[in-house]
Design a protein around this ligand. Structure first.
Ligand code: BG6
Ligand code: BG6
Ligand code: GLC
Ligand code: GLC
Length: 913
């Protein structure tokens, strides 16, 4: 017979079990959590969904984990966990590699956490001041790394805007403000000492770095403490919110926000909702509120209140302590759950908290704590499974081995949390072997390591000049619209005379139509090589092209001498070519690719407006280059030639590519120089009569900015390059972009960095100071992903500097910034041409092909991909095919010649003035 007492006990048991059942998650439920987390990770990374994603995936601007070469003495702050710490960190590299730290813990009173921003930062600076006094370091201006454990939107390692406070902080006037500015202002207000604030990092990032210093497999940082969060090394190509594709960057997931969009409501209990409602940031950080130390005790308290109200606990009496928010700290939870603790001791702990309990009560309290912390560990495990699986897939691995660096009181103090977490990860990510290492030294050490690296290549003053070379999409869109206006200005009759982008009519009216045939000679002058070609286009069943090429020298004294000598040289080479190919007796039609800005009124006339790039022969500007060449040939008298067409290399390239792809209507060169041509509607070309059909316009975009239009993005290095060039004040866009100048740009930056002691231990060699010693082809070699660093070492050694491993990384970084800037700028101007074509055609989407040539585009390992990607981002409404001209512009020049030969006289058109 069951007694009434036993029945009551049974029913009590059942009610408690029913309540706690809501906290037990089975394997399927956890898998769903893992998969939802994965979806949110992806959403946070993608540009289109980032703003509405609950897991923010904030770029941390940390590009690599430590490699042991870091060194120096740093100050570190660690704010946002249980303790606020100020530290000095001394890092040694080399054989004596070590890290020594001295720290002091300071309290941050509640009223300051939730007071004004000024009070909070004044308090922080007060603590720093005390620490510097204590260490006797007030007069040294140390670099500072700041662990700031809150979600921040970064645009650089020291450009850090607080998104929103989390956990126990709620100081006013901080959200949306720059953390570095707020700290700097407070330092100024105190006016006692100065600091060089180099880096701000999240605690997860600091923790990952601390652990990675010992274990290079550590590429994830986890905090299970007051708050809950994870960071990991993500591939740059997946982080759409940051420009650039190469390498990796650490992403601070801020997974605490998971579920803010309601996606885990099915597993949230009424207790979770109550905790949320009573918190400082209700509705926010829902995952954090189910998993982290600051809230687990609160969930326990809510359950205890509920059970007490239902008469199942504490004899039904809700006492004052039970009503007190925050009394169940993580440490009590950890103690209560300890297996070694007898029930009597549990009762003692409850007693300390002011809760008078029976033996049964203490059993129930222990169960409640267990249910809540077990769920927390499982949820973290499910989230971690999503992260490691993502990394495994990124790397295309069957199996991933990886280490997670962990910190936080919950992980460290709780008796079961870490075991349940690991079991869950093992279960939900079977293709990954995940090791967890505890961060013994806190995140301050990691922050100092990051500071060491950041200072190495982007700290202090040089950060500004390197940063000003990186453009956001907003800036690129602005440049694109400026260039769009330049196009219009150059086309219109009224504004053309003062336009910098000349928009030169070329009298080429269509791309090859497949009927061209004949035997031609093409000259190709103005790129890195002077070429002469014989191009035979036959037209039996199918059109086929046969080409024979010779490359000739163009020595400096000739291209900088008199025009007569230059054209004599060209005529001499042509004679040699005809001799070699036994065609001296034939009068073959000649197409002349002359890659300089020429005014044309017909196909076989080209009045040189101005020399660009390396050329500066006298007496040619203002003259018709066809006449000059004819004169030189006549003077020789040993052969005859019929120059039928002069074409710019962009036009030759468009025609070469147009031969294979009829959609091709743009030609661009990214080589020694840079330029573009495209097919414009005749009705818009006010300089040439006639409204029907289209004509190719040679934009001469290299001159973009010659009227000051790009001053806001030009740097002092660009100004230096311009001053030292053959044509100061001209071709300013070209000088920021093209191969002739890029190597020199890098050289100037390296000299400056070396002068500031940031490279080569401050050593500057005569070679490094010599103009032209660093070439664009070196940039291409250094940016190669595999052997880039060893190439850097080789190239720098040839410049007489003995680069350290750090130096090589830094130089690679500089090269990437300069070449990336070039690709971004070309993307912006090309995007302007594409939108113009689209508008001309009145179509909602433009499908087109761009023919491209030039050594920079062809040789640089990343250039093409960066360019294509940026164009697609800037003009998503255009489907662009980029077609590399495999056979140079000579073939295209022959196509134009074929046309001119077939329809003599048609290749002209009167200028309106
Ligand atoms: C410390 C780190 O060890 O752990 C802090 O140095 C971090 O940066 C903290 O915020 C997290 O744990 P808790 O439990 O103090 O929030
Ligand atoms: C070549 C073309 O392939 O590329 C030339 O035939 C053109 O006409 C040249 O000028 C541009 O590239 P670079 O790098 O030689 O200036
Ligand atoms: C909170 C913060 C986050 C931090 C975590 C651990 O989730 O938003 O930035 O990493 O707590 O301290
Ligand atoms: C320079 C020339 C231009 C040429 C380009 C690429 O910008 O002015 O005509 O197309 O270089 O070679």
């Amino acid at each position: 017979m069951v007694t009434a007492v036993a029945q009551r006990l049974l029913s009590q048991r059942k009610q408690v079990d029913d309540t706690l059942a809501h906290f037990s998650l089975n394997r399927d439920q956890l898998r769903v959590v893992r998969d939802k987390m994965r979806v949110e990770l992806e959403r946070g990374l993608r540009k289109d969904s980032h703003s509405s994603a609950s897991v923010k995936m904030l770029p941390a601007f940390v590009f690599q984990t430590p490699d042991g070469t870091e060194r120096g003495k740093y100050l570190a702050l660690d704010l946002g966990g249980t303790n606020f710490r100020v530290l000095v960190v001394k890092i040694r590299s080399g054989i004596r590699k070590s890290v020594r730290m001295y720290n002091k813990i300071y309290a941050i009173p509640h009223e300051i956490m939730q007071g004004t921003g000024e009070e909070l930062f004044d308090h922080i600076v007060h603590c720093i001041s005390d620490f510097l006094d204590y260490m006797g370091m007030k007069n040294t201006r140390l670099p500072l790394g700041f662990t700031f454990s809150f979600p921040c939107r970064q645009t650089g390692i020291d450009k850090v805007n607080l998104v929103s406070w989390t956990k126990g902080f709620k100081a006013t006037d901080c959200e949306d403000h720059d953390v570095v500015d707020m700290l700097r202002d407070a330092i100024k207000r105190r006016n006692e000492f100065d600091l060089d604030i180099v880096a701000v990092v999240n605690d997860t990032v600091g923790t990952m770095m601390t652990c990675a210093y010992e274990d290079s497999k550590c590429e994830i940082g986890l905090i299970a403490g007051t708050g809950s969060n994870v960071c990991y090394m993500e591939d740059m190509r997946n982080i759409e919110t940051v420009e650039g594709d190469e390498g990796q960057m650490c992403v601070n997931t801020e997974w605490g926000g998971f579920g803010e969009n309601g996606c885990i409501e099915d597993i949230r209990t009424k207790f979770d909702r109550e905790v949320d409602e009573g918190s400082l940031n209700s509705g926010k950080q829902r995952f954090e509120k189910m998993t982290s130390g600051m809230y687990l005790g609160e969930i326990v308290r809510q359950i205890l209140i509920d059970l007490t109200k239902r008469g199942l606990l504490f004899r039904g009496r809700i006492t004052e302590p039970l009503k007190t928010r925050g009394i169940f700290e993580t440490k009590f939870l950890s103690q209560i759950e300890s297996d070694r603790l007898a029930l009597l001791q549990v009762r003692c702990i409850l007693q300390q908290l002011g809760l008078d309990s029976t033996c049964d009560d203490s059993i129930i309290v222990k169960e409640v704590c267990g249910a809540v912390s077990h769920r927390a560990a499982q949820l973290c495990g499910a989230g971690m499974a999503a992260i490691v699986e993502k990394i495994r897939e990124n790397r295309g691995l069957e199996h991933l081995e990886i280490t997670v660096g962990v910190d936080g009181t919950l992980y460290k103090l709780h008796p079961h949390f870490s075991r349940v977490l690991k079991d869950t990860v093992r279960d939900l990510a079977p293709k990954c072997t995940v090791s967890f290492v505890l961060s013994e030294d806190g995140s301050g050490k990691g922050a100092a390591l990051i500071t060491a690296v950041a200072r190495r290549y982007c700290g202090g003053a040089q950060q500004q000049y390197l940063y000003s070379m990186r453009f956001s999409d907003e800036t690129l869109l602005e440049i694109m619209s400026r260039f769009r206006r330049e196009l219009e200005k150059g086309l219109s009759q009224d504004t053309n005379p003062t336009a910098t982008v000349k928009m030169l009519p070329t009298f080429v009216r269509s791309i090859p139509d497949g009927t061209e045939k004949g035997d031609f000679i093409a000259l190709d002058l103005g790129g890195s090589n002077f070429r002469i070609l014989r191009v035979k286009v036959s037209h039996e069943k199918k059109q086929t092209v046969q080409m024979e090429t010779e490359i000739y020298d163009t020595p400096e004294d000739i291209i900088h001498g008199s025009g007569t000598r230059l054209f004599d040289h060209v005529a001499e080479c042509l004679g040699d070519f005809m001799e070699k190919h036994k065609i001296k007796d034939k009068k073959l039609p000649v197409g002349f690719t002359f890659s300089f800005p020429c005014a044309q009124t017909k196909l076989d006339e080209g009045i040189l407006l101005t020399w660009t790039k390396r050329f500066k022969a006298s007496g040619v500007e203002g003259m018709d280059v066809v006449k000059l060449l004819n004169k030189a040939i006549k003077k020789r008298g040993d052969y005859e030639a019929d120059i039928m067409a002069v074409v710019n290399d962009t036009v030759g390239t468009m025609m070469t590519c147009g031969f294979d792809d009829h959609r091709c209507e743009v030609g661009i060169i990214i080589g020694t120089g840079t330029n573009a041509c495209y097919m414009e509607e005749m009705r818009h070309i006010e300089l040439v009569e006639g409204d029907e059909g289209r004509m190719c316009i040679n934009t001469e975009w290299g001159a973009f900015g010659d009227d000051g239009m790009l001053e806001d993005i030009r740097t002092d290095f660009d100004r230096d390059i311009d001053r030292g060039s053959l044509n100061p004040g001209k071709q300013l866009f070209e000088k920021m972009v093209s191969g002739m100048y890029m190597g020199e740009l890098v050289r100037l930056i390296l000299v400056k960095m070396a002068r500031e002691g940031l490279l080569f231990e401050g050593r500057i060699t005569p070679e490094l100071l010599t103009k032209g010693k660093f070439e664009t082809k070196h940039i291409s070699a250094i940016e190669k992903s595999k052997e880039g660093l060893s190439k850097a070492k080789e190239i720098l050694a040839r410049l007489g500097v003995e680069p350290s491993a750090d130096d090589c990384i830094a130089v690679q970084h500089v090269c990437a910034i300069v070449s990336f800037r070039s690709a971004s700028l070309v993307a912006a101007t090309l995007a302007a041409i594409l939108t113009r074509l689209k508008d001309n055609k009145h179509v909602p989407r433009l499908k087109t092909t761009v023919g491209i040539d030039g050594s920079l585009y062809k040789m640089h390992p990343q250039y093409a991909r960066r360019l294509h990607k940026t164009v697609r981002r800037l003009v998503p409404e255009c489907d662009v095919r980029f077609l590399l001209s495999e056979s140079g512009s000579g073939k295209g020049a022959a196509m134009v010649t074929a046309w001119a030969y077939r329809f003599p006289g048609l290749g002209s058109g009167r200028h309106k003035f």
